[in-house]
Design a protein around this ligand. Structure first.
Ligand SMILES: NC(=O)c1ccc[n+]([C@@H]2O[C@H](COP(=O)([O-])OP(=O)(O)OC[C@H]3O[C@@H](n4cnc5c(N)ncnc54)[C@H](O)[C@@H]3O)[C@@H](O)[C@H]2O)c1
Length: 304
């Protein structure tokens, strides 16, 4: 059935992919974004309404929404201003919750696997949290607020692991490693990895993340991991890229510039809860997703 949906942060990476998919599925979609870290070009094919609004400021809207997909946030885990991260991410979420209460809307909101820090793997939703950045803390605070509002609004939080795919380039440094390594290799350079490339991430393709958001509308309210349940080391990532690009680059290793405590060395989603109650399982296998993304980048992005 067709619904009226609001996508906050809808000109960003995940938000734009979600807005376009919702529109393609026949829903009436409104995007709200203040273009803090967005690429307006991501919405080239979007025909719905775009409202320029900072959701962390008081606002009202004349539209009523059945569902709100809240993606708007400061998304750089190393953003230098902790107060700004908290203000935008937490106040923004509170405003969206109020809007949902007024409209009787369902809310699906983006959280992060950053809340697990360097906790044990596979990471289970209920395990102790080890937030090491203000970004992760702001997301955990959003989850706490959601818990306090349980029963009043249909609320589903999605802890995304490392998302990659088309529409992410405007993010710059916080864009995925897959993009950065592809760019280095396209420029004929060896891909640069932290010593010794053994760090592991649960990378997930953006198409699967969009699917998880749609599953959330009919899921049991709560918080879920959105990962694949498969870890890929940085060295393996270079192998996938070489295969997709037809190249034979060896990684060039350099010393990790970050404090080892704030850097996540190994992330891996436990996907059992999401399978059972979100009815979500990622479909893309890593090698295939990298191949698909490389085709997109080669066709759309010019590298000097
Ligand atoms: N990409 C990932 O790997 C990843 C991982 C974990 C969680 N997340 C979460 O997913 C969501 C989407 O992230 P993304 O990767 O698409 O990043 P992004 O930076 O491309 O998208 C964020 C969007 O929100 C907008 N925005 C920021 N603050 C706003 C505000 N106060 N009001 C209105 N718009 C605002 C930005 O302009 C941008 O369009 C975020 O909540 C992020 O924290 C992403």
């Amino acid at each position: 059935m067709s619904m009226r949906a609001l996508v906050t942060g809808g000109s960003g990476f995940i938000g734009s992919q979600l807005a376009l998919k919702l529109e393609k599925d026949g829903h009436t979609v409104t995007v709200m974004d203040d273009f803090f870290s967005a690429d307006p070009g991501n919405l080239k094919a979007f025909t719905g309404r775009v409202i320029r609004q900072d959701v962390s400021q008081d606002f009202d809207t004349d539209e009523k929404f059945d569902s709100i997909f809240h993606q708007a946030a400061i998304t750089d885990p190393r953003h230098p201003n902790d107060d700004e991260v908290f203000k935008r991410n937490v106040n923004g979420f509170k405003n969206i919750l109020n809007l949902a209460k007024n409209h009787g809307s369902k809310v699906v909101y983006a959280s992060t696997a950053g809340v697990y820090g360097n906790g044990p793997v596979p990471m289970k939703e209920e395990q102790d949290k080890e937030c090491t950045t203000s970004y992760a803390l702001s997301k955990l605070e959003m989850e706490k607020i959601a818990k306090d509002n349980e029963g009043q609004v249909h609320l589903v939080g999605l802890r995304y692991f490392n998302v990659f795919g088309p529409h992410e380039i405007h993010k710059g440094r916080p864009a995925s490693m897959i993009y950065h390594l592809w760019k280095q290799m396209r420029e004929g350079k060896r891909p640069r990895l932290f010593q010794w490339g053994e760090q592991i991430r649960d990378f997930i393709y953006v198409e699967d993340v969009v699917k998880a958001n749609l599953c959330a509308l009919t899921a049991t309210p709560g918080v879920y991991n959105v990962g694949t349940g498969v870890g890929t080391s940085f060295n393996q990532l270079v192998t996938y890229l070489n295969q997709a690009m037809g190249t034979h680059f060896e990684p060039e290793y350099f010393e990790m510039p970050f404090d080892g405590k704030t850097y996540q060395h190994h992330t891996l989603a436990d996907i059992e809860k999401a399978k059972r109650h979100l009815h979500f399982e990622a479909e893309w296998k890593m090698g295939e997703a990298v191949k698909d993304y490389v085709s997109f980048l080669d066709a759309n992005i010019l590298v000097p």
